[in-house]
Structures are given as structure tokens and as C-alpha cells.
Design a protein around this ligand. Structure first.
Ligand code: NDP
Length: 432
């Protein structure tokens, strides 16, 4: 803490991992001598840079850009880029740290990294977003590469932004490589990447339910967020027979007791880039409320898919009182530490994001493979691989929890499963 003052999100993420891997550490005294944990929590490299651009009114704007190259033991650094006004070093470090374990869990050869800027794409014209992305990439391009560091999207960075960044990288380097994932389908993107995080989340929960001969059929699901992860988690849950009754954005949330009409949400969010409040104006019987409130609605399964620290202890109590049995994180660290503990103690099956939202980066890994092969796989092929990876992640986490005598504790299980592979690779590579 003394070394990283003013980094509460980073401390929160490290605390969760370090406490839950204690049983794995006890079996390996050699890790201490090798300074393994001290090296694991310290990023290999942090780059912070000025991003100057000119807005439509001709005014100069300056944002701060980041790339944290956390750990390359398992492969090139890999992790998204986030554009949101709340972005700071603590948030990018927490995301980069988590990414190392998540990428390890996918079993694909990817190290961990994360980046972003305190830029708010909301309310900006396409031309402004393009100029910002070009300026951001002008500096970032010095630090990344298909075999070095392969960024992707995250909050505020979707297909449009990845396209602009890819165009600028190619122009600067005069080379076409798979340096970014989440690209458009016409220039190296993978089918099913857009859907991957949300679909993957639901595949993992489907496997959890299958252990009890249960399924999504007839379940009521609360989803938060209305972005990429939330939309495709809703789509897959609905395809599997569930009724999703809530969604939200940073202004407010909607409740549709009849089940969310996803075509309306897609039109509002993906086409019009408008607020979720529009939904209630268009769908009779649905209600919009300002502020937070998704977790007050009774459900069997809760899928927080918006952002970090959006499910607090009082929300956890509401969920338990209302009979919720499963909470699986689509976002990164949406649940606070005390809320996580409360849910676990109340017997709720809780899946941490580093396991349950790993489908996005896993499919990014598949995009890298396709780019290297210079081939494109069909939607069904990628989707089947994604499903297989999520089923594996469920079992790896479940087995690791059982092995250390903590059955059903998927936080412990996911952290240990991710940690073991990373620790092994770092030990083999010497003190670097
Ligand atoms: P999007 O930008 O597509 O959507 C984010 C959603 O969350 C929006 O609805 C946004 O609302 C809402 N949101 C953002 N900040 C807040 C806030 N402070 N309070 C309430 N709502 C908020 O991002 P993604 O769907 O891609 O990402 C969502 C989460 O999933 C993030 O934690 C991300 O790190 C994680 N994730 C994403 C992956 C991916 O493949 N996209 C992969 C793995 C994890 P508004 O529009 O009002 O800002």
C-alpha cells in the first residue's frame, strides 16, 4: 500500500488474489525465495503519455494515455484499452493485474496488459473520436506489436475506435499485422468476437447449472450495463430460455417484467448511441429509474456487466433476500470485496470476472491465431471453441477449489488455477 498510494482499485484487486492463493503458496516455499509475488504484483512496464487533439470547435484538448505491460511470461501482453473519464493509473493497473490471471485461465499463449485514456467518447463526433484515436495510437504504436503487445477494446472502445487505431498503426508502421483485436470483419476481425464476452459468461453459467442438472430455461436474470458485454449476455441467456428483466447505463436503469426486448436496446445503444432511458419511452409496461437499482429486482441469476464496484453489500443482501442463487461477473471487479464475501457466505455461487468474462480475451486470442494463419474461421467454429474454453475454465476453477478444500469457492479456484500456470512459467524463466 505504501508503494502504491492513491490506488484503491489496484490494492483491492491484489488483495483479492493474494488472500485467495494462500493455499497454493503453502505448497511452494521456493516461490518466496524467488521473490515471485513481489515480481508478479509489479508491472514489467508502465507507459503514460500526453494525447493532444483538436476538437470540432478548433480547441486543443489534452488527455492522458496509459499502457501497463504487466506480465509477458505466458505470451505477448494482451488486454483491452478503455476510454472513460474515470480512467487513472489505479484502474489500469488493477485491470492489467487481473488480466494476467484471466489470460492464464484461457490456456492460450497470452501475457497480461491493459491501457486506456481519460477521454470520454460520449457526445463526441465521429471526426473527434477519430482524431483522438489517431493521436493516442501515434504514441502507443512505439510500444506495441503483433509479437509484443496486442491491445483490444473495453469500455468506450468498440469496433469504431479499434478501426481508427488500426488504420493509424498501419499508416505509421507501413505493415499489416494483427496488432489489435476486435477489428472489423473486413480487415482481420474474428466472427463471434463482438458476442464473445457476453456469450462466454452465459456458457460458463450454463455449465455451472448443468452440474445440478439445471439450465437457463425459465430463469429470471438481472443484467446491469447496456454495452457490449451486457447486450450479448442478454442475447445468449434469452436464447437459452431465460427472462432478462433489467439493464442499465451510467445514468439509470430499466425494468421490463415481460423480458427485455433486445432489438430495442441494440437500436438505442449500438445504432443511436443514446441513453437507456429511451427504452421505457418505446416499450409499454417497462419502467426507467435514474441512478442505481438493478439489484433490487428479484432474480435467480445476477450478471453484473457494467463496470468495477457496482454491486455493493446492500445489493448483495437484496439479492440474497430475493432468492438469487448465482452471481457471475461479466464486468471486471463489479462486486466489492465485502459483497463478494457476503454472497459466498450466504451460499450464492459466485464467479469472479477473471474467469467468467474471459471469453472476450479468449476469442481475441483466436483472432490472433486467425491473423497469423491469414485465415478466417466460421462463426460456428469460433463459437464452439469459445464454448469449450468457458467449460474448461469452469472445471479448472471448480477442480482447483476442490483440491484446496474450498469446494464451491470459485474465487479461490479461479485465482489458484490462473496463478499456478503463471507461477510455473515465471519460475522457469528465472529472475526477470
Ligand atoms: P461498454 O462501453 O460497451 O459498456 C459499458 C456499460 O457499462 C455501458 O452501459 C455504460 O453506461 C455502463 N457503465 C460504465 N461506467 C458505469 C458506471 N460508472 N456506472 C454505471 N454504469 C456504467 O463496455 P463493455 O461492455 O465492453 O465492458 C463492460 C465491462 O466488461 C467492463 O468492466 C469491462 O472491463 C468488462 N469486460 C469487457 C470485455 C469485452 O470484451 N468488451 C472483456 C472482459 C471484460 P454508459 O454508456 O452510460 O457509460
Amino acid at each position: 500500500k505504501a508503494k502504491n498510494p492513491n490506488e484503491p482499485e489496484f490494492i483491492q484487486a491484489v488483495t483479492e488474489v493474494l488472500t485467495s492463493i494462500e493455499p497454493a503458496l503453502a505448497a511452494h516455499p521456493e516461490y518466496e525465495e524467488a521473490g515471485l509475488l513481489e515480481r508478479m504484483v509489479e508491472p514489467e512496464r508502465v507507459v503514460m503519455f500526453r494525447v493532444p487533439w483538436v476538437d470540432d470547435a478548433g480547441h486543443v484538448q489534452v488527455n492522458r494515455g496509459y499502457r501497463v505491460q504487466y506480465n509477458s511470461a505466458l505470451g505477448p501482453y494482451k488486454g483491452g484499452v478503455r476510454f472513460h473519464p474515470s480512467v487513472n493509473l489505479s484502474i489500469i493497473k488493477f485491470l492489467g493485474f487481473e488480466q494476467c490471471f484471466k489470460n492464464s485461465l484461457t490456456t492460450l499463449p497470452m501475457g497480461g496488459g491493459k491501457g486506456g485514456a481519460d477521454f470520454d467518447p460520449k457526445g463526441k463526433s465521429d471526426a473527434e473520436v477519430m482524431r483522438f484515436c489517431q493521436s493516442f495510437m501515434t504514441e502507443l504504436s512505439r510500444h506495441i506489436g503483433a509479437d509484443t503487445d496486442v491491445p483490444a477494446g473495453d469500455i468506450g472502445v468498440g469496433g469504431r475506435e479499434v478501426g481508427y487505431m488500426f488504420g493509424q498503426y498501419k499508416r505509421l508502421r507501413n505493415e499489416w499485422t494483427g496488432v489489435l483485436t476486435g477489428k472489423g470483419l473486413s480487415f482481420g476481425g474474428s466472427l463471434a468476437r463482438t458476442e464473445a464476452t457476453g456469450y462466454g459468461l452465459v456458457y460458463l453459467v450454463q455449465e455451472l447449472l448443468a452440474q445440478k442438472n439445471d439450465s437457463f430455461e425459465g430463469k429470471t436474470v438481472c443484467v446491469s450495463g447496456a454495452g457490449n458485454v451486457a447486450i450479448y449476455a442478454t442475447e445468449k441467456a434469452q436464447q437459452l430460455g431465460a427472462k432478462v428483466v433489467t439493464m442499465s447505463d451510467s445514468t439509470g436503469w430499466i425494468h421490463d417484467p415481460e423480458g427485455i426486448k433486445l432489438d430495442v436496446v441494440k437500436q438505442i445503444k449500438e445504432v443511436e448511441r443514446a441513453r437507456i432511458s429511451e427504452y421505457a419511452k418505446r416499450v409499454p409496461g417497462s419502467v426507467y429509474n435514474d441512478g442505481r437499482g438493478v439489484w433490487s429486482i428479484p432474480c435467480d441469476i445476477a450478471l453484473p456487466c457494467a463496470t468495477q464496484n457496482e454491486l455493493f453489500i446492500e445489493d448483495a443482501k437484496n439479492l440474497v433476500n430475493n432468492g438469487c442463487k448465482i452471481v457471475a461477473e461479466g464486468a471486471n471487479m463489479p462486486t466489492t470485496l465485502d459483497a463478494t464475501e457476503y454472497l459466498q457466505q450466504a451460499g450464492v455461487a459466485f464467479f469472479p470476472g477473471k474467469a467468467s468474462n474471459a471469453g472476450g480475451v479468449a476469442t481475441s486470442g483466436l483472432e490472433m491465431s486467425q491473423n497469423s494463419e491469414r485465415l478466417s474461421w466460421s462463426f460456428d467454429e469460433v463459437d464452439a471453441k469459445l464454448n469449450g474454453i468457458m467449460v474448461n475454465i469452469f472445471h479448472a476453477s471448480n477442480d482447483a477449489a476442490n483440491e484446496v478444500g474450498a469446494p464451491g469457492n470459485y474465487v479461490v479456484g479461479a485465482n489458484i488455477a490462473g496463478f499456478n500456470k503463471l507461477a510455473n512459467a515465471m519460475m522457469a524463466q528465472g529472475i526477470v
